[in-house]
Write a protein that binds this ligand. Structure first.
Ligand code: SF4
Length: 73
């Protein structure tokens, strides 16, 4: 698979996903099933949780595939 880095933002926080690091543990899918939807496009739907929920879930990614940064207003 090609190395892909993708960004998903809700305007406040941006989630960065690196596919080569993802071990498909599905922690994210179990934690926030309304946001992380591997079968859909885009597969991360940031509008379906609060910024705080998104950040907390990203921190639980065991592989480091998910990171985030806060957007500067
Ligand atoms: S929690 Fe991290 S490693 Fe697991 S499926 Fe989600 S992005 Fe991939």
């Amino acid at each position: 698979m090609k190395d892909v880095t993708k960004e998903y933002t809700n305007g406040e926080v941006t989630i960065v996903w690196q596919n080569k690091l993802c071990t498909h543990s599905a922690n994210c899918v179990r934690g926030l099933p309304g946001v992380f939807k591997p079968k859909e496009q885009p597969w991360i739907q940031t509008e379906n949780a609060t910024t705080e929920q998104l950040v907390e879930q990203v921190k639980k990614c065991p592989s480091g595939a998910l990171t985030y940064f806060m957007n500067i207003k």
